[in-house]
Design a protein around this ligand. Structure first.
Ligand code: MG
Length: 371
């Protein structure tokens, strides 16, 4: 089997609001083969930059567009293709957008392999540690304290046994930040896990203080309180608090994760399969975390494609325990795939269909496609 084409589709809501909300647009990657099997992937990045990186022509040996690198390759040689993309983009890549763009192609190749073999991707990854996984409702904070509390209660009423709130407005007013956490805990009661995603807003000393204040409300982890480059800050924070520290969603390639684990000493390793280099690299990162006795979790704030790929990933690694389930109202989150991945009694099922187990809803594609 040979790859005959790679296409990037950009989908966007008509209006992008000023908020750290990744569900407003997306890049969908479609890889075609000479046997008629088509694989689908997704990238969480700037879709416009991803499209440029994939569609770029060749400048020289180590400065090439990804499409041009993979054309004619056999999808079953997925780790060889990964290495070819990595080597062919050294000049502008190695981290960040190039690795994120590689993720989309890598996911589509796993989808193709699964479809060709007639098995779900978790089988190709070599294990299914769980048929379903406990999901946590992942949300941005509401506009007011009351809104946030009401939303938290709604998620619990829908069956979730864990909730996470994050980003704006944290970091502006410490008293309000503590009030938000208090309100969420009050709304959900004592039997529900609460996680807080700070969204890169503090320095290490401030984060140490906030972790102490939040710990009064028994939070299950504090996520990304520091700038992703502040690895020493993560090390200081981690040694100063008993609250588990989660990070990793900004990272791409395993080298960055080794830094976060070995120098930053984080506790919960967040892996986004649409950012870190795809399932091929995600499995390596999970292995590195497992060797260090750290759990991995998914990061997923895009469409059903990311959800499906993350479910295969979380199913296939021993050191996973909970699933980020984005509850954004965006139609790109809910209607881009025909499959809905419903949460029942707080659990979400791992797909059983061949490949990633997703089909694009062509109506949604037609409505929101801008390039
Ligand atoms: Mg986060």
């Amino acid at each position: 089997m040979k790859i005959t084409d790679v296409e990037v589709m950009i989908l966007s809501l008509p209006e992008i609001v000023e908020r750290t909300d990744g569900s407003q647009d997306t890049a969908v990657v479609r890889v075609t083969t000479d046997e008629g099997i088509v694989g689908i992937g997704e990238v969480d990045s700037s879709p416009w930059i991803v499209k440029a990186i994939i569609e770029a022509g060749k400048s020289h040996t180590i400065c090439r567009g990804l499409r041009e690198i993979v054309l004619g390759e056999d999808p079953f040689q997925v780790s060889r293709i990964w290495e070819k993309m990595y080597q062919g983009s050294i000049y502008y890549g190695r981290r960040g957008a190039a690795i994120q763009a590689m993720s989309g192609i890598d996911l589509a190749l796993w989808d193709i392999m699964g479809k060709a073999a007639g098995v779900p991707v978790w089988r190709l990854l070599g294990a299914r540690w769980r048929k379903e996984v406990r999901a946590y409702a992942s949300s941005l904070f509401g506009d007011t304290l009351e809104d946030t509390g009401r939303m938290a209660r709604e998620y619990v009423d829908r069956g979730f046994t864990a909730v996470k709130f994050g980003w704006e407005p944290l970091g502006k007013n410490a008293e309000y930040d503590v009030a938000l956490v208090r309100e969420i805990r009050r709304a959900v009661g004592s039997g529900v896990d609460v996680m807080i995603d700070a969204g890169l807003v503090w320095d290490a000393k401030t984060a140490i203080g906030m972790a102490k204040r939040f710990s009064e409300y028994n939070i299950a982890w504090l996520e990304e309180p520091l700038h992703p480059d502040d690895i020493d800050g993560y090390a200081r924070l981690s040694s100063a608090t008993s609250v588990r520290i989660a990070a990793g969603e900004e990272e791409s390639s395993r080298q960055s994760y080794i830094d976060l684990m070995d120098r930053g000493n984080i506790d919960v390793v967040q892996v986004d399969v649409t950012r870190c280099g795809g399932l091929t690299e995600a499995m390596r990162i999970a292995g590195l975390a497992h060797d260090r006795h750290r759990p991995v979790v998914n990061h997923s704030f895009k469409s059903g494609i990311n959800i499906a790929a993350s479910l295969h990933f979380i199913a296939a690694v021993p050191n996973a325990f909970i699933f980020e389930y984005c509850v954004s109202q965006s139609p790109l989150r809910h209607d881009l795939t025909l499959q809905k991945f419903e949460v029942i009694d707080g659990m979400v099922k791992v797909p059983e269909e061949p490949g990633l187990g997703v089909d694009l809803n062509e109506k949604t594609v037609a409505t929101y496609r801008v390039a």
